[in-house]
Design a protein around this ligand. Sequence first.
Ligand SMILES: [Zn+2]
Length: 82
Amino acid sequence: MSGGTPPLVALICSNPEMAVRLIEDHRDDGTGHCRSCSSGAQTGHYTFPCNILLDAQDAIRRLGEIEAARRRKVTPEPVVPV
Ligand SMILES: [Zn+2]
């Protein structure tokens, strides 16, 4: 990995339960839009997958890499905001 971690991804990484909840909440509403981002006045404005879902998935992937590195007893690249 290179280029640092986007701030939102770093925030989500700091709270794995948040990552899981975001992935559960941000789903396709059946019309190609995120059902969570597109509620109320935002209806139809956020296509699926939304940026929040992509960031949460990125965070989960990074957390998996960190956990795998821990198991190998290798120092992982630190998760820091850019
Ligand atoms: Zn969303």
